[in-house]
Design a protein around this ligand. Structure first.
Ligand code: DAH
Length: 387
């Protein structure tokens, strides 16, 4: 049996001088691999007398372990060095201006969220948020949609696997659960809007599995449907930049509101375009109603003292309408050409501010055929939400 101590010293020295991972791997194979030097020595053990085995067995094992450990350590060092080298060579100076072909822009959804937020905060609303991974209780049960309710089927819910307690979390199917969270957290009055992402298992030209909504909830001691109607009209006037916007409330059904209505906005379908505020056609833009007393009871509010209204609106849909964007799926395709066409410059301000601060400023809305966000480019194919 060779001088194991010398062998160990030699191998350890050989390891430390290696400066790349491939060479280190070669060394590992040639020393402790199946047919490696140390492995072959270990095979010799079989031919030894019991005494020799006792002597050399632990030594050889120790040698093998020491070498494997040294290789592992050196590998970690080489990997860290390699990573540092890459970080240095691929360093990006984020203070440099980006080249024009890579310049991004504000996504229309972000822009619409900013505009909606600005309009409602001016009216005295505050912005509330909630989790996108939601509990069944907030998304359904507390909103007066118990387990056997048929409305659950209409939501095409993405469920997570069952927990140990038998409950399943889900991706929220609407922003309405934030109504419940808000009412359970603080004291009335509430006057909130909730812009955010929502999810349903659905995909075609007008549905994507992830989409955006804005929810609103107002609760106080003297709220009636007139308040709801005024708020929605005011919002539409500001958002679509029209003084004489036509709005229609159509009776509808939602488990969490009673009475419930769907809101349509007056429009014209002309040459494949939708013109808001003109003509005799109607387009649905949101659901709304007076908060169902059962929902108030579910959050321990006395319906004889408090009442209020709520509404929920698809942000993607109103973006399509405002700027004449024909296909919803393009919103999420991350196509730079689309973003360049429909995106907004980083410092573009919501339309409300544009009106206030820049009286001669461009109109952003989809009226009279000016359907691109900047108002100076022709529409691609303006049949948003077509009938
Ligand atoms: N949550 C409903 C949906 O996603 C929309 C909605 C309708 C919200 C009526 C409301 C409401 O707050 O009052 O279809």
């Amino acid at each position: 049996m060779e001088d194991l101590q010398k062998l160990e010293t030699d191998i350890l020295k050989a390891i430390t001088v290696l400066d790349n991972l491939a060479a280190l791997e070669d060394l590992r194979v040639s020393e402790v691999g199946k047919k490696g030097r140390v492995s072959l020595l270990m095979r010799e053990l079989g031919k030894m007398t019991p005494e020799e085995k006792k002597k050399f067995g632990p030594k050889l094992n120790g040698l093998k372990n020491t070498i494997i450990q040294a290789i592992t350590d050196h590998k970690a060092t080489l990997e860290a060095e390699e990573l540092n080298r890459r970080l240095q060579s691929e360093r990006v100076d984020i203070t440099l201006p980006s080249p024009p072909e890579n310049q991004g822009s504000i996504h229309p959804i972000t822009q619409v969220m900013d505009e909606v937020t600005e309009i409602f905060t001016e009216l005295g609303f505050s912005v509330a948020e909630g989790p996108e991974i939601e509990e069944d209780f907030y998304n359904f049960t507390a909103l007066n949609i118990p387990p056997e309710h048929p409305a659950r089927q209409m939501h095409d819910t993405f469920y997570f696997p069952e927990n140990a307690d038998g409950n399943r979390k889900l991706l929220r199917t609407h922003t309405s659960p934030v109504q419940i969270r808000t009412m359970m957290e603080g004291e009335p009055p509430y006057r909130i809007i909730v812009p955010g992402r929502t999810y349903r298992c659905d995909s075609d030209a007008t549905h994507t599995p992830m989409f955006h909504q804005v929810e609103s909830l107002v609760i106080d001691k003297d709220i009636h449907m007139g308040h709801l109607k005024w708020c929605i009209e005011e919002f539409c006037r500001k958002f679509f930049e029209l003084d004489d916007v036509k709005i229609r409330f159509r009776p509808s059904y939602f488990p969490f509101t009673e009475p419930s209505a769907e809101v349509d906005i007056g429009c014209a379908f002309k040459d494949g375009e939708i013109l808001i505020g003109e003509g005799d056609d109607w387009l649905e833009i949101m659901g709304c109603g007076m908060v169902n007393p059962r929902v108030l009871e579910n959050v321990n509010l006395d319906p004889d003292v408090y009442q209020g209204f709520a509404f929920g609106m698809g942000l993607d849909r109103i973006s399509m309408l405002k700027w004449g964007i024909p296909d919803l799926r393009d919103f999420f395709a991350a196509d730079m050409r689309w973003l360049k066409h429909y995106g907004f410059a980083a410092l573009d301000i919501p339309s409300l501010s544009t009106q206030n601060n820049n009286p001669g400023g461009r109109s952003q809305s989809n009226r009279g055929g000016s359907s691109s966000p900047t108002g100076d480019r022709p529409p691609i194919n303006n049949n948003a939400g077509g009938k």
